[in-house]
Ligand binder design. Sequence first.
Ligand code: PGA
Length: 255
Amino acid sequence: MGERKRIPCVAGNWKMHNTVAESTALVKELLPELEGISSVKSILCPPFTALNSVAKLIRESTIHLGAQNLYWEGQGAFTGEISPQMVAELAEYVIIGHSERRAYFGDTDDVVNKKVQAAISAGLQPILCVGETLEENESGRTGEVVKRQISVGLMDLSKEQMRGLMIAYEPVWAIGTGKAATPEGANQVILDFIRKEIAHFASEEISEMIPVLYGGSVKPDNAKDFFDQLDIDGALVGGASLKAEAFVQITKAAA
Ligand code: PGA
């Protein structure tokens, strides 16, 4: 078996769950456990309203903070939106292009690209999500879709800017369904379409250094099988990140 080249990372995408009070309670449960797992990078992505409270709680810890979205403009008359600078005041990471944003909020590949560029300019590290729908998968278009999401999503980025990226491969049919991809299948998509595409328009070296996470129904009982795959560097966890014990178990599996 080959050697793991990148630091494992487990990110929790809380989606539209947890009030400030609930977020605070969850972080207090997670903190002492995650602190002990120093070989894995833990990233918590609470809703915007809880970023500040969570930031304060984890300030002295090894845990990192991410947001779930941003708007690409710096400031202005954009009622209800959050700028990259506002996010960067509190968080280090930002999830961009999650399939729920693509499906419900009009985040096209071009929008995703604007957000990725804006995030990087503000000093944030984007976690770019890509993945095919069930229909795209069944019609044999996974490669085409994922390659397009990568190449348009990362358009006009310099090689230097790409170094700070993280990618999450999240097949849409596996998200929140309890029907995860097979670890081998996910690893193959990452190798054949994600790393190859990045190598193609950046470099082999950059493609090898970017962490690629798998997301979609990752649970304590299947996490290790994904982390055993050499090109899967961790997980973006939705549902199971809302329970301290499950998230800790997944993180332990990555260690
Ligand atoms: P899930 O969500 O773990 O609940 O399937 C993953 C995600 O949407 O990031």
